[in-house]
Design a protein around this ligand. Structure first.
Ligand SMILES: [Zn+2]
Length: 744
């Protein structure tokens, strides 16, 4: 699971951004990109905001990191928004009768400047978010929402779109053009284009207030993640911690001016290892409480009121737009289509997952009893005792695996997989060729099997203050062919804890999986082959976008990757076959925990957004919903409500956290397509995967794309097998025509 902040923007707001910005970033023609640059006058050029200029540099231009300061963001956004509005007004005021080209394609050709500026803005708000950037974000996020509404509510523009849509059968459109037209039309309608003037004004007001609240919500979480920590002052506080975890805690303390001490900071990458290894139950409880209480401390950063307000405004907006609830509105353009289908899938998995948790807890309690620990398993014990069970049951110690998981080697491993599956090659770009926003960031050039340039891949691997927690992918420039070939620029971001200087970074098996996951998103962007930029890469339905990334995780544990890239950091020897077998055998270990902590969050998210306009007390709602579900007391939601960034830092994954399970149904089923044929590296299956999924973007309906790849509908049997849960009899027949969640 990941925290896909900027992917959230790319994936979920793609139609919005498409309409707002016309399309993905693309080097604009110099004459229309910068209103002041045509004179050649040196003073005028010096006054040009570097963010407004077309991207320069190699490969058709790269983001101008290092050439602007955060202070340039606001004026650049304002100028780019004004330019975009003027472009949209020109399209709307076109005197000729509307055609596909002068309306739909014209919107795709507009907004390039704004796209470039929002790319820089997105990088700074997600990875360099200091007090200055936060101030800019607070001011600008409602203005960006306002711009959105001004475009969606432009009656002349919508009349043209609607006219083209009404005439669609008489025009000779390609399937991609038909899809784009349908998406534009439905996106405008869903965003209120058909409302009367009073309702439009009310909607715009709701959207701007929501944008402000989303920023407030995320800045509150970031504040607690950045500032809170549990300081360990004595050797005895470190009991049980492996050396790498100690080293990470030491450098985290040093970064915060606490030399000679150790800090468990309030982020998952710091907290989880501590909870896994510390033998100090008192400190585990302290660290656990700090982490699960983010945004819920009754202080200046408490998010309860903010999120209650968000829910109220979302419910009002859904009503205004003619939907029973926010969930119904959000799900309409997803693959699941209705909240009922999403809930049915979650409920089908919930019971077996809870049953597995009870088994896992019984195993852990047995060990605690044998050790005469005199405790009942509590949430801060789960990870710790799970490790003991792993050792007892599978003779597998995570610490035996970690020395083979060097970040740099695994990165080479994923490059190799991309070569085997898709023919892509990655070569490092010489330092200084492409500017970066932080010295940690490195850049690779991506080429295809014929050596043709495909794009660039930026990698920002390490945690630092001001960077969102978790891992995500970000698309700086989407592929397109509308105005000549535009190459892809994507980035992967993570929060690995840096160890001692000069030593290789060793990561956990889970982190290695996350690395492959995010790389899957990057490959979804890099393989894109479409004409229209707003249909490119990861601009697909929210509950489909995690499918390529979850699928790619599977290649980590394939033999060639482990044999060639999981090398011991001291001896260089490949991971022993015996250890690989143990990993293989323990594949479904702890799936009760992983599934229930995720599903509890997904179900609470959905139920919050199905509640309509009833006023919500978040603490009570969470408690009562979990009690009604029969939530086991030994664990908590992966994201408790007051810190649930997926859901409250934007609309993106609201009523949409179920998407990971929906997508995993597809990814489990798709993996079996490889296993049924020649295995993970079967060239024919890989080609079908690229042709119908990785390169297709949003040019086809995802259900059709999947069927074309698989030759049939997906079912949930593969998902249940992947997680080690019993396969329900109704799902066992391989030819059963069920879609995920269908009917259960
Ligand atoms: Zn993801």
């Amino acid at each position: 699971m990941t925290f896909p902040a900027p992917l959230r923007t790319t994936a979920a707001l793609a139609p919005v951004l498409a309409a707002l910005a016309g399309c993905a970033a693309q080097p604009a023609k110099p004459d229309d990109a910068s209103p002041r640059s045509s004179s050649g006058d040196k003073t005028a050029v010096a006054q040009v905001n570097p963010l407004l200029a077309p991207w320069s540099g190699p490969w058709g231009g790269v983001p101008p990191f290092g050439r602007f300061t955060p202070a340039d963001l606001k004026p650049a956004l304002e100028a780019a928004m004004a330019e975009n509005l003027a472009e949209i007004d020109r399209i709307a005021a076109e005197p000729a009768p509307p055609t596909f080209d002068d309306t739909i394609a014209a919107m795709e050709r507009a907004g390039h400047t704004l796209d470039r500026v929002t790319t820089a803005y997105g990088v700074y708000t997600s990875t360099m978010n200091d007090a200055e950037v936060q101030g800019i974000q607070r001011e600008m996020s409602p203005k960006l929402a306002e711009l959105n509404d001004r475009i969606f509510q432009n009656a002349k523009l919508f009349a043209r779109i609607a006219a083209v849509y009404a005439a669609r059968d008489r025009m000779k459109l390609t399937p991609e053009q038909q899809r784009l037209l349908w998406l534009d039309y439905t996106t405008f309608v869903r965003a209120g284009a058909k409302l009367d003037a009073a309702a439009k004004a009310r909607l715009a007001e709701l959207n701007q207030r929501l944008a402000g609240l989303y920023t407030k919500f995320s800045q509150n979480v970031l504040a607690e993640e950045d500032s809170q920590m549990v300081l360990l002052k004595a050797e005895a506080d470190l009991a049980g911690l492996p050396e790498a975890v100690r080293d990470g805690a030491a450098s985290a303390a040093a970064d915060r001016g606490k030399q000679g001490q150790w800090a468990v900071v309030n982020t998952r990458s710091s907290v989880d290892p501590f909870l896994t290894y510390s033998t100090r139950r008192d400190l585990r409880e302290k660290v656990w409480r700090m982490f699960v209480m983010r945004g819920d401390n009754g202080d200046a950063h408490d998010n309860n009121q903010t999120l209650a307000e968000i829910l109220k405004l979302r419910a009002a907006r859904a009503k205004l737009l003619g939907y029973p609830t926010h969930a119904h509105w959000r799900l309409e353009d997803s693959m699941a289509k209705t909240p009922e289908r999403a809930v049915a899938l979650m409920e089908a998995v919930w019971k077996p997952a809870v049953a597995r948790v009870h088994e896992e807890v019984a195993d852990m309690q047995a060990i605690a009893d044998r050790e005469k620990a005199g405790i009942r398993i509590a949430p801060w014990d789960y990870r710790f005792y799970a490790e003991k069970v792993r050792k007892a049951k599978y003779d597998l110690d995570q610490n035996d695996v970690k020395p083979y998981l060097m970040l740099d080697k695994l990165r080479e491993g994923m490059f190799w997989v991309a070569g085997e599956l898709f023919g892509l090659r990655f070569s490092p770009v010489a330092e200084g060729t492409v500017p970066v926003y932080h010295p940690d960031v490195r850049v690779w050039e991506v080429t295809d099997a014929q050596g043709k340039h495909v794009g660039l891949w930026y990698f920002d691997p390490y945690a630092r203050p001001g960077k969102s927690s978790g891992a995500w992918m970000n698309e700086y420039q989407r592929q397109s062919r509308l105005e000549g070939e535009v190459p892809v620029i994507v980035s992967n971001n993570a929060n690995f804890v840096r160890g001692k200087p000069g030593e290789p970074i060793l990561i956990s098996w889970d982190d290695a999986r996350t690395l492959f996951h995010e790389f899957g998103h990057a490959l979804h962007g890099l393989n894109s082959s479409v004409t229209y930029p707003s249909l490119a890469g990861t601009s697909v339905a929210r509950d489909y976008v995690e499918f390529p990334s979850q699928l790619l995780e599977q290649w980590l544990s394939t033999r060639p990757v482990l044999d060639r890239f999981a090398l011991h950091y001291q001896t260089g020897k490949p991971i022993p076959a015996e250890l690989v077998q143990k990993i293989e055998r323990s594949k479904t270990f702890n799936q009760g925990f992983a599934t229930v902590e995720y599903l509890a969050s997904a179900l609470v998210d959905m139920k919050l957004h199905l509640a309509g306009d009833a006023p919500i007390d978040p603490r009570r709602f969470e408690k009562e919903t979990l009690a009604a579900l029969g939530m086991p007391s030994e664990l908590v939601m992966r994201h408790r409500t007051p810190q649930f960034l997926h859901v409250f830092a934007g609309d993106g994954y609201s009523a949409g956290y179920y998407s990971y399970l929906w997508s995993d149904t597809l990814s489990a089923d798709a993996w079996e397509a490889f296993l049924e044929q020649g295995g993970p590296y079967d060239k024919a299956v890989a080609k079908r995967l690229r042709d119908n999924v990785f390169s297709a973007g949003n040019t086809v309906d995802p259900a059709d794309g999947y069927r074309a790849f698989r030759g049939r509908e997906p079912g949930i049997a593969a998902l249940m097998r992947k997680r080690g849960f019993p396969v329900p009899a109704s799902a066992a027949a391989p030819d059963r025509q069920d879609s995920p969640g269908g009917g259960r």
